[in-house]
Design a protein. Structure first.
Length: 342
């Protein structure tokens, strides 16, 4: 692939163009084949580009939008009133073939609803799922889904999540299929509710997923599984709790040594490797949750993302375009449906 185009909702997130525009310029430096379409208020975007000496960048195009979808907007309201908004027009660019992917830090519910409306789901997908990588203490990644797009799910939906997550994970793995697990309150087969047990039975009979059983919350970061599946309520709470604990540890460590120069020097010498490992839990380094199961690529950034974090989200979109994730998920689901039919 010689070139690709990503559409950015430049007005989304807590900081809008103050973050999205510098991140766009940074991404263009990192990816020489990348072209960007920035949707949003032209004067605000141009002011940021001017301060970065990038007003006339040959691989960046600004598309003016009169409106932006607010964080408090309900999904149903966003569907009715989205015309002309930066989020809607960025998604439309993907649907119309003008862009290969969309990245937004805006309202998650609105993005989910508009993405389903404009791009539609892949055949065999009941509900798209938000998925993101979390670090493993073994040095790799674990993909966790769903992260909040679907608060409640049935067993078939969880099964589809497992298939989609496995396809995504295997694009970064070689030599073996991804190990897939269900997040549960215990590792024993008798543990869990009927929903999880029914999905476990389905996965154990599927040759298309390397299912290894249940994992508990304290095993999310040990690398036991490459893909961990749960409903959106459980996934969102698990991820936010992990982020909060990591930030608490980092801030407590900094506070403990900041007022004592000798302690700071000793800590830097004794615990530099440990501190780097703790910082690796910073969610900004893994920013960019993919909305899997659509006929196009959509990446959701943290609303509070800084420039580096939003740049990472753009990078996630670039990687998924290059790996043709939607097409591979569609092929796998077609094969799974045929097997289950016969």
């Amino acid at each position: 692939m010689t070139g690709l185009t990503v559409a950015l909702d430049a007005m989304g997130g807590d900081f809008g163009p103050q973050v999205t525009v510098p991140a766009a310029v940074q991404a263009l430096l990192q990816y020489p084949s990348l072209n960007l379409l920035l949707f949003g208020d032209q004067s605000a975007i141009t002011a940021q580009l001017s301060s970065l000496n990038s007003t006339h960048h040959p691989r960046l195009t600004v598309v003016h939008c009169d409106r932006a979808i607010a964080d408090h907007t309900r999904p149903s309201q966003a569907l009715r009133q989205s015309q002309g908004s930066s989020m809607r027009r960025a998604l439309d660019a993907v649907a119309e073939g003008d862009a290969d992917a969309c990245v937004s830090a805006g309202n998650t519910g609105a993005l989910m609803a508009l993405a389903r409306y404009t791009l539609k789901q892949l055949p065999g997908v009941e509900r798209p799922a938000l998925v993101s990588a979390i670090p493993s203490r073994r040095g790799g990644k674990t993909w966790l889904l769903d992260l909040g797009a679907n608060v409640s799910c049935d067993a078939d939906t969880l099964f589809q999540f497992a298939v989609m997550g496995s396809v995504l994970a295997e694009q970064e793995m070689t030599g073996r299929p991804p190990k897939v697990a269900l997040l549960n309150i215990g590792s024993e087969e008798i543990k869990g509710n009927d929903l999880v047990k029914r999905c476990a039975s389905m996965l154990s009979r599927s040759p298309d997923v390397h299912y290894i059983g249940y994992v508990e919350g304290n095993e999310l970061y040990d690398g036991k599984a490459d893909v961990v599946v749960c409903d959106g309520f459980v996934g969102n709470v698990s991820l936010k709790t992990s982020e909060g604990v990591a930030n608490l540890f980092i801030e407590s460590f900094k506070q403990a040594v900041s007022q004592h120069p000798i302690k700071r020097l000793i800590a830097k010498w004794l615990f530099s490797d440990l501190f780097r490992q703790i910082q690796s839990l910073n969610p900004d380094q893994y920013n960019g949750a993919s909305l899997l199961g659509l006929r196009g690529i959509v990446v959701k950034s943290h609303g509070s993302a800084d420039i580096a974090a939003f740049t990472n989200a753009i990078g996630e979109a670039v990687h998924e375009v290059k790996r043709k994730i939607p097409a591979k998920i569609s092929d796998r689901l077609e094969h799974v449906l045929l097997e289950r039919h016969f």
